[in-house]
Design a protein around this ligand. Structure first.
Ligand code: PHE
Length: 349
């Protein structure tokens, strides 16, 4: 009998050592200590023994029962705490969270917005699907005028099932994908009146044959300042501050005449090439200058369209090629990369 008890103890302790699962542990406890368990059955056999033996073995068996119960309890606690530890295993490598990043166009746009807000300009928005009126007519570009050829775009027809309309009506379009951010000049004047200081970053569209330098979808940043005695010198002063903040204090700005129907006089703004510092290189096509902004004094017809008294107020307007600035800044040699959505490109910023 004593041997049997020893044997049972050894068996149980050995099994306890290797158990990893709480359910298996419970089953084992029942198998040995349960009502029909092996130890219980052994204890029942005590009745066959002599009184002396009963006393001896009985107390040993009871002690063993208590001891084993204690061991099971301990093993269960150990398993429980291991289970909890699994949960917060600080040594496991963390799951890598991929963070998004800003698009290069957004980075340059943010930079420009910061500079302009520091000069007291509001930042405005306007519709990308624009009326023919705001995109062209209000900007002194009448229908059928040759100036429209400068900016061909996508004309959008409203779906209209009105059968009484003639075919000519149906194809006549009064909506366009805006070709520049300039229509917001007029919208801003109508909404806020004069004096006014605002910039308008945004997406523009033109009907272009796409290649490395041309894209049907691109970004501009428009600017408008209107007040009582605004002169051409104010315009040059503001633009100079902007380009010097963008490209460094030694950057020079030169302005060459250029025709835009909505300004008079109009200019092309060019800055000293920031690669060769004016000496001439591939980027600036050996000229030493980079063309980055169109500008001019707001045409009286445009002030009038905006409801501003052109006898009292004057202003200047400019349009930065935001896409162009971005390509220059990051040395991007193909404009199609910007809208391409290719992560190998985007993840470099
Ligand atoms: N809207 C012109 C363009 O897209 C740029 C411009 C803006 C020129 C404002 C003069 C004044 O080419």
């Amino acid at each position: 009998m004593k041997e049997k008890l020893e044997q049972l103890k050894k068996e149980v302790l050995e099994k306890l050592k290797v158990i990893k699962d709480i359910q298996v542990l419970r089953d084992l406890e029942i198998k040995y200590l349960g009502r029909k368990g092996e130890l219980t059955l052994l204890l029942r056999q005590l009745s066959d023994l002599s009184l002396e033996q009963k006393k001896n073995i009985g107390s040993a068996a009871n002690d063993l029962k208590l001891e084993l119960a204690e061991k099971f309890k301990h093993a269960a606690e150990l398993l429980e705490s291991e289970k909890k530890n699994d949960f917060v295993d600080l040594t496991l490598p963390g799951e890598k969270i991929n963070r998004g990043r800003l698009h290069p166009l957004t980075i340059v746009q943010n930079e420009l917005e910061d500079i302009f807000t520091s000069l007291g300009f509001m930042i405005l928005d306007g519709p990308e699907l624009e009326s023919d009126y705001f995109n062209f007519e209000a900007l002194n570009i009448p229908k059928y005028h040759p100036a429209r050829d400068m900016q061909d775009t996508f004309y959008v027809t409203r779906t209209n099932t009105d059968l009484t309309r003639t075919n000519a009506d149906k194809t006549a379009s009064d909506l366009v994908l805006r070709t520049h951010t300039s229509p917001v000049q007029v919208r801003a004047m109508q909404k806020y009146g004069a004096p006014l200081r605002c910039v308008v970053p945004g997406r523009c569209f033109r009907s272009e044959a796409t290649d490395a330098r041309h894209e049907h979808t691109f970004y501009q940043l428009e600017g408008l300042m209107i007040d009582k005695d605004i002169s051409w010198a104010d315009m040059k002063g503001v633009l100079e501050v902007i380009v010097q903040r963008l490209y460094g204090p030694e950057t020079k700005l030169r302005m060459r005449p250029k025709f835009f129907p909505f300004v008079e006089p109009g200019n092309n703004g060019e800055v000293t090439c920031f690669i060769c510092r004016g000496a001439g290189c591939r980027l600036c096509k050996q000229t030493g200058w980079l063309e980055i902004v169109g500008s001019g004094m707001v045409h009286p017809n445009v002030l009038r369209a905006g409801g501003v008294d052109s006898k009292v107020y004057r202003g200047f307007a400019f349009g930065f090629g935001l896409t162009r600035l971005t390509m220059l800044k990051y040395n991007i040699n193909d404009i199609r990369l910007l809208n391409g959505g290719d992560l190998r490109f985007l993840e470099q910023f």
